[in-house]
Write a protein that binds this ligand. Structure first.
Ligand SMILES: O=C(O)c1ccccc1NCC(=O)[C@H](O)[C@H](O)COP(=O)(O)O
Length: 253
């Protein structure tokens, strides 16, 4: 893994992540289908949005301490297709317990959002989908296989065309393109527009980060996003109203 060019806080996230996990029995999960949820939302006329429960982050001021289950219910009421729950405790205020409670409370698919570096960390908590970040995993294909053997669907996060190539070679059928660059932590929606054409058509394609406005939603959809992963713009203020604003298709009639 090339860690030299990473933002210092990302190095710190990875150092903390490296030591977590272990001592848990191997999981076997029965996942709620994410592609089916995307298809249902599209048929219902909703923009497929994965709404993220993100209490804080290195680029956010303050921490939101609401009950994650209440946030989850508000997101679903606002039309979220799926939820993402941060389980990273040190820099994002997340926890496996929050994910477990949220998954019990809702019926939509739930993504575990963390910085998973080792196979043992897949057994920390059951979820419908796990995030694996291509840049951090030299053994991406083994990790995709290990996650699938436990029953997880896998969202492989990429930022460049060469990471998309690695994800596809590893067998990924759900790929995220992160607009946030982990070198400077800058967000640029052009990243998705540049990288999306390199993703094969049969892959479920997710645009991640920096999607704050309806215009950004339309821009990512026009560039080929099947679904959008949104954290900060939903967590800032009225979660239900924020979700609804992004999930409601424009009436072009
Ligand atoms: O969000 C951060 O500050 C951050 C910093 C360092 C590494 C990763 C980070 N975010 C992880 C994510 O991928 C986002 O939580 C997710 O894509 C949602 O992004 P946003 O809608 O911009 O909150």
């Amino acid at each position: 893994m090339d860690t030299e060019s990473l933002a210092p806080v990302v190095g710190s996230i990875l150092d903390a992540a490296d030591t977590r996990g272990g001592d848990r029995p191997r999981l076997s999960v029965s996942p709620r289908s994410f592609p089916a949820a995307v298809a249902t939302a599209t048929a219902d006329g909703r923009v497929p949005v994965i709404a993220e429960i993100k209490p804080t982050s290195p680029t956010t001021d303050g921490t939101r301490r609401d009950d994650p289950v209440e946030l989850a219910e508000q997101m679903v009421a606002g039309g979220a297709t799926a939820l993402s729950v941060l389980t990273e405790p040190t820099h994002f205020g997340g926890s496996p317990d929050a994910l477990e409670r949220v998954r019990e409370a809702v019926e939509v698919p739930v993504l575990r959002k963390d910085f998973i570096l080792h196979e043992r960390q897949l057994d920390t908590v059951a979820a419908d989908m796990v995030l694996l970040i291509a840049r951090f995993l030299d053994d991406l294909d083994e990790m995709v296989t290990a996650a699938r053997q436990r029953g997880f669907q896998v969202l492989v996060e990429t930022h460049t065309a060469s990471e998309v190539e690695a994800a596809v070679e590893a067998g990924a059928d759900i790929v995220g393109v992160n607009n946030r660059d982990l070198t400077q932590l800058e967000v640029d929606l052009e990243t998705f527009e540049r990288v999306a054409p390199t993703v094969p058509d049969d892959v479920v394609l997710v645009a991640e980060s920096g999607i704050e406005t309806r215009a950004a939603v339309e821009r990512m959809r026009a560039a080929g996003a099947d679904a959008l992963l949104v954290g900060s713009a939903i967590m800032d203020g009225d979660v239900s109203a924020n979700t609804r604003r992004l999930t409601t298709e424009r009436d072009n009639s």
